[in-house]
Design a protein around this ligand. Structure first.
Ligand SMILES: [Zn+2]
Length: 148
């Protein structure tokens, strides 16, 4: 359906718990636009893009969809901390590109923003050491908004 399917597995967008319950159907919880964006990023850079890697014994499992049992959400909830992240809505990904610094990745996406019309926001790279956050949360701006 998207280039996403060519380059990624569903596990890369959800945590182990979500995948254990919903399997391949987990992908339904993701915004189709973030899947398109991930596919475009992979194609544009022509290098492996790492989102979640828990399914091959990696540490990351909260870089795509975050569910209520995932620790980043769970800990904020039990501590009464408000948390509204596009990751909760299946609209955000954190990723790294093998061989590229995350600031280079961000600059390249911004420079080519006309190619990535699904991407609406990017987190300030000073706050995202080693990864890049993009999301499809649309507040009606015509350019990619930098936040954080
Ligand atoms: Zn993020």
């Amino acid at each position: 359906m998207y280039d996403f399917d060519r380059y990624f597995r569903t596990q890369e967008l959800v945590s182990r718990k979500v995948f254990q319950k919903f399997g391949e159907r987990s992908i339904r919880f993701l915004d189709p636009n973030i899947l398109v964006a991930a596919g475009k990023i992979r194609k544009h850079f022509g290098r492996p893009v790492i989102i979640n890697n828990w399914h091959y014994n990696g540490y990351n499992q909260q870089r795509g969809l975050r569910a209520n049992t995932d620790s980043l959400v769970y800990e904020k909830t039990i501590n009464g901390i408000l948390y509204l992240s596009p990751h909760l809505l299946g609209k955000g990904i954190d990723f790294e590109i093998i061989g590229l610094d995350h600031k280079e990745v961000a600059e390249e996406i911004l420079k080519n923003s006309d190619k990535f019309e699904e991407i609406k926001r990017m987190e300030n790279t000073a706050l995202t050491p080693g990864y890049t956050h993009v999301d499809t949360l649309d507040f009606g701006y015509s350019k990619i908004q930098i936040f954080g």
